[in-house]
Design a protein around this ligand. Structure first.
Ligand code: FES
Ligand SMILES: [Fe+2]
Length: 315
């Protein structure tokens, strides 16, 4: 079973690259949502994403394509495609441009050190914006640390892990299952999950509060508090590559007063957490209709919440 029973791709904003990795005039081949695309930065500095295959004879626009102003030029016969609209803006050897000479242009948004595209299974336009996170560029907070990992699991199963308190004991070897409360805002789309746990830190043991805010499946932040005067913050975007593969990008920062002591260990702990999960994720299947027990109330809420991100034919 190649997709291991997983649903399609949920609707929402997804990171497709780091801002720092795309200079003006750069052209990158990317593949997300089981779809080949070209990512490039026009001369104005704006990032663009188009479907990859040229409508002329099917060349891949990222394999030898070049930036011309705000367009990308196909390597095969030089047709140019506008980054904003996807329309063919020029055929160097013809005055008339066929009306069907266009590729799909994706809605792009660049912020929080990441480049995002809007994915919607029915092609609907973005219904909300990627939040701007002030901590990631605040001089009172450390320069961001960027980290990414590709995981062979469906995006929903990766996200579900955050509302599965029991696995923290079994997989992450925590001594107790953390208490977690969840609440919803903005018509039920944005989810807050607050967990409480006692954590050993280089500054001593503290009762920590973890506030996780999730804007859609795969777009989330985690803010940790409980050490007086110290802030720890993580912003993450997780993107489906295909039904079996997902990439997660994390931007981490800590208040400057904490970065030397708590910050480094906190960041190392978070990345270690992911490797604990890896064996489970790599080998699991997706259960569309799992057998749940009475302790699984958060999982039930999570499954109910995720439904809104799927167009009906996908689940
Ligand atoms: S295949 Fe792209 S211009 Fe011919
Ligand atoms: Fe986990």
């Amino acid at each position: 079973m190649s997709d291991r029973g997983a649903p399609g791709f949920p609707n929402g904003w997804y990171a497709v690259g780091w801002s720092k990795d795309l200079g003006v005039g750069d052209v990158r081949r990317i593949r997300y949502f089981d779809n080949e695309m070209v990512l490039f930065r026009g001369r104005s500095g704006e990032a663009h994403v188009l479907d990859a295959y040229c409508p002329h004879l099917g060349a891949h626009l990222a394999e030898g394509g070049r930036v011309q102003g705000e367009s990308v030029r196909c390597p095969f016969h030089g047709w140019e495609f506008d980054g904003a609209s996807g329309e063919c803006s020029k055929i160097p050897y013809c005055a008339r441009i066929p009306t069907r000479a266009r590729v799909r242009a994706w809605d792009v948004c660049e912020r929080n050190h990441m480049i995002f595209v809007w994915h919607h299974a029915e092609g609907k336009p973005p219904g909300w914006d990627v939040p701007q996170i002030p901590y990631l560029d605040d001089p009172a907070w450390s320069p961001v640390r960027l980290w990414e990992a590709e995981v062979p699991v469906h995006i929903q199963d990766m996200a579900e892990n955050n509302l599965d308190p029991v696995h923290f004991e079994y997989v992450h070897k925590m001594t107790a299952t953390p208490d977690t409360e969840i609440s919803l805002e903005e018509d039920g789309r944005v989810m807050h999950a607050v967990s409480y746990s006692t954590q050993e830190t280089p500054l001593g043991a503290f009762d920590m509060q973890l506030v996780r805010k999730t804007w859609c499946i795969g777009l989330a932040s985690v803010e940790s508090s409980g050490i007086p005067g110290v802030g720890l913050y993580m912003f993450t975007s997780t993107t489906p590559i295909d039904r079996d593969h997902t990439i997660s990008r994390w931007a981490l920062t800590a208040t400057n007063n904490a970065v030397d002591v708590a910050g480094e260990e906190w960041m190392a702990n978070i990345t270690k957490g992911l490797s604990d999960d890896y064996q489970i994720w790599t080998n699991k299947i997706h259960r569309a209709d799992p057998v749940l027990c009475e302790a699984d109330t958060l999982l039930v809420e999570f499954r109910r919440w995720v439904k809104q991100f799927y167009s009906s034919e996908q689940t």
